[in-house]
Design a protein around this ligand. Structure first.
Ligand code: KG4
Ligand code: ZN
Length: 334
């Protein structure tokens, strides 16, 4: 039996989880800082790292308790500790990484650094159906918009990326323009429920071009200009039309990637994977679809533990002394 503790502190969620045998989540505690950052309209890095520091020991204790693990000779029966090393906010990353490394050292077990996006990919392995290889993954979060080809365990090729804003970032910025609370994704989704998604025709970035890449800054600017001209526009209509355009661009590019690659298995992961319209639209694609359970779409420790378990199983964990990295690609060596 293998027990892995996963720690996630790359942004504004502190997450600690215990995973058994790479698939059974024994506990997954997440403390969100959203209420504190909402006042500022976005994440304040200094506040984020302080808050991770204040709560992380307590969350570790809670995760171990909820998993039913008690200490013998001062340590629980855990096989490895994993934490996100990047990308993310440097101060926040350092909290989880240093804490995880210290705990692993005290418990005399391996420490496994995990790339945040690889963590998101592994959230799909926490659902009932697990994807077989090869598969494509649409990774959509506050910092990333990518289509990744996963040929075999831990072998990735990035087929598409965003040339400017990430889709989650665009949801957050447009929500701000509309006076909706942070984080923008859930606020826009909620406002859109009562809106007309055909009220405004917003651009789908780069869909006419012969590339798989995404672009979201034009969409954000189009909403800004429209609101300047029509400040009285109904918020639900703008939210619904924006959400439609944002999701359409994701779906059209993903459809193209499926056809070009001939790979008909698709994982959607990252915070924006929680979006209902995206989940419904993706169900129309000619693919076998793997969506993480809602609980594992947003940042959490379980996905980090899942990625670490797999790396240990395949004999390719990253070196324990891998440094924190604010900006690092999934395919580059840390
Ligand atoms: O993966 P995540 O928790 O953190 C990062 O790695 O960035 O994703 C956070 C992003 C935010 O931009 C948030 O607005 C977006 O995910 N998000 C959503 C929804 N829930 C969260 N976007 C659209 N619809 C949602 N329901
Ligand atoms: Zn994330």
């Amino acid at each position: 039996m293998s027990l892995v503790v996963g720690i996630e502190t790359s942004c504004d969620e502190t997450g600690v989880a215990v995973l058994r045998n790479g698939e059974q989540v024994l506990s997954n505690v997440v403390s969100s800082q959203i209420d504190v950052h909402r006042v500022f309209g976005g994440v304040v890095p200094e506040i984020a790292s302080r808050m991770h520091t204040e709560i992380i020991s307590q969350l570790m204790e809670q995760a171990l308790n909820e998993a039913g693990l008690s200490c013998k000779n001062g340590r629980p029966p855990v096989n490895a500790v994993a934490a996100t090393f990047g990308p993310g906010l440097m101060g926040s990353l350092l909290v989880g990484l240093s804490f995880g490394r210290a705990v692993a050292c005290a418990w005399k077990i391996p420490f496994v650094p995990v790339h945040h996006i690889e963590g998101h990919l592994f959230s799909a392995f926490l659902g009932e159906n697990r994807p077989e290889f090869p598969y494509l993954a649409l990774v959509v979060s506050g910092g990333h918009t990518q289509i990744v080809q996963c040929a075999a365990p831990h072998q990735y090729r990035i087929l598409a990326t965003t040339r400017d804003d990430a889709v989650g970032e665009c949801f957050d910025k447009v929500a701000r323009l509309l006076g909706l609370p942070y984080p923008g994704g859930p606020s826009i989704q909620k406002a859109a429920e009562t809106g007309d998604d055909g009220a405004f025709d917003f651009p789908r970035g780069l869909v006419a071009k012969d590339t798989l890449d995404f672009s979201y800054s034009g969409l954000k600017t189009a909403v800004l200009y429209m609101l300047r001209e029509r400040p009285d526009a109904a918020v639900p209509d703008v939210a619904a039309s924006f959400q439609r355009a944002a999701v359409d661009a994701l779906i059209q590019k993903t459809d193209r990637a499926v056809k070009q690659s001939g790979i008909h298995r698709l994982v959607i992961a990252g915070g924006v994977a929680a979006n209902k319209r995206l989940r419904e639209s993706a169900a129309q694609l000619d693919v076998e679809l793997f969506l993480p359970p809602f609980a594992y779409c947003l940042d959490n420790g379980a996905m980090i533990a899942a990625a670490a378990h797999s790396r240990l199983q395949h004999g390719c964990p990253l070196p324990g002394d891998t440094p924190a990295a604010a900006s690092i690609s999934l395919v580059s060596k840390p």
